[in-house]
Design a protein. Structure first.
Length: 400
């Protein structure tokens, strides 16, 4: 038999999170809890169809619009709605038109388009990510030709941010290093910077001429839509170029529609037009143009006051349920006499929590109790509910 060009291809490892999700599905135990995958679930353990999405889809179906191609950069009303959402409707950035926005294939696609674009204008491109970070940050920028390093972030001793070490690391970076920052609801730790700390990060990026790239996949899941965009608005006020990737997968519960956006803030409108032209060239050579359905839903909501108010209500309900589950888990662990003080869980933001469980304890949770978590100890708090939180707390107590 002739040799194949694929003889050199080795089996790639399974994605650690998606692999756990598959293992959970095939687990025959009646009592099991999946805290591994980053998906918001209702009290009934289901991925919700938001009321606002249901109403908007009804309107779109009744309109009878044909399924034509979208522009390369996406729906214009979607892009303008994104800018108002992340910067604020009255922002100088929006009024001066010095930012350009393109629709993307989720937040992941926004990161990829931005990384590919930056790799064409930077010589020997380098990027840094927080330690730890969402692992796909590393993969995306490495695949675009970047050398990827880290900056200190999570302090295992305090369960907070090691801000002095983070700031010192950023101050030592060379000019034009891309700094990937979690604007809110840090994944995987759930630990965020204060607005005062963000102000210092902005100053360092400005002074050292770094390139901030803010990833905001969970706007509205922390403290509110405007509050969660505080870091982005501080960078906008600083008058420096920066990038923002955002996603509507979680906030609209539109996981399968792959709807996100990349926004690049420039010095002026003319510069933004040139950048936009290059972003469209990157998109054209990659996937040509974005999908329509999810973008039409989000665009309709962001530009309709009645629907926008309904979305705010839906989002508030999700945000408050997550906070309720944080409190319930921390309280249950305390009541059961857990050896560790888990009150820090209530201080974290968003869907995720670094539980401080060791890889060995995580393995025991899975093997002995059917409670699935990521090896690092990251758990998705949004997967908890009143029916499983007590069982989860009991399981965690037993493996400590």
């Amino acid at each position: 038999m002739n040799s194949s060009i694929f003889d050199v291809v080795e089996m790639a490892p399974d994605d650690p999170i998606l692999g756990l999700n598959e293992a959970f599905k095939t687990d025959p135990r009646e009592k099991k809890v999946n805290l591994s995958i980053g998906v918001y679930c209702t009290e009934e353990g289901k991925v919700p169809l938001l009321n606002v999405v249901k109403e908007t889809e009804k309107r779109l179906a009744e309109s009878g619009e044909p399924h034509t191609y979208l522009p390369i950069s996406g729906i214009p009303a979607f892009n303008s709605g994104v800018q108002k959402l992340i910067f604020g409707a009255g922002s100088e950035v929006v009024k001066s038109k010095r930012a350009c926005t393109v629709q993307s294939l989720g937040g992941t696609g926004a990161l990829k388009v931005g990384a590919d674009f930056l790799s064409t204008i930077l010589k020997d491109p380098e990027a840094v990510v927080s330690a730890p970070t969402w692992q796909n940050h590393v993969a995306i920028f490495e695949s675009a030709g970047f050398k990827v390093g880290t900056y200190p972030y999570y302090d295992k001793q305090t369960g907070g941010v090691d801000f002095p070490a983070m700031l010192t690391s950023l101050q030592g970076l060379k000019k034009d290093t891309v700094v990937i920052l979690h604007a809110c609801c840090h994944n995987p730790t759930g630990v965020d910077l204060t607005q005062e700390q963000w102000a210092q990060v902005v100053d360092v990026c400005k002074e050292k001429q770094l390139i901030p790239f803010l990833d905001i996949a969970y706007q509205g899941f922390g403290n509110g839509l405007d509050e969660d965009a505080g870091a982005i608005r501080q960078f906008a006020d600083a008058g420096i170029p920066f990038f923002v990737s955002n996603s509507f997968s979680k906030s609209f519960s539109l996981y399968g529609e792959r709807i996100g956006a990349l926004t690049v803030v420039c010095h002026n409108e003319e510069e933004a037009k040139r950048v936009a032209s290059k972003l469209k060239a990157v998109i054209r050579a990659n996937y040509s143009n974005p999908p329509a359905h999810g973008a039409k839903i989000v665009s309709t909501v962001l530009n309709d006051p009645e629907l926008l108010a309904q979305w705010h209500a839906d989002l508030k309900e999700m945000r408050e349920r997550i906070k309720e589950m944080r409190h319930a888990l921390a309280s249950a662990l305390k009541e059961k006499g857990a050896k560790v003080d888990f009150s820090f869980i209530e201080d974290q933001n968003g869907m995720f929590s670094f539980s401080r469980l060791t890889p060995e304890q995580v393995q025991r949770l899975k093997d002995e109790f059917g409670v699935y978590a990521v090896k690092s100890g990251r758990i998705c708090v949004a997967s908890l509910n009143k029916a499983n939180v007590d069982y989860t707390a009991e399981a965690i107590k037993e493996v400590l």
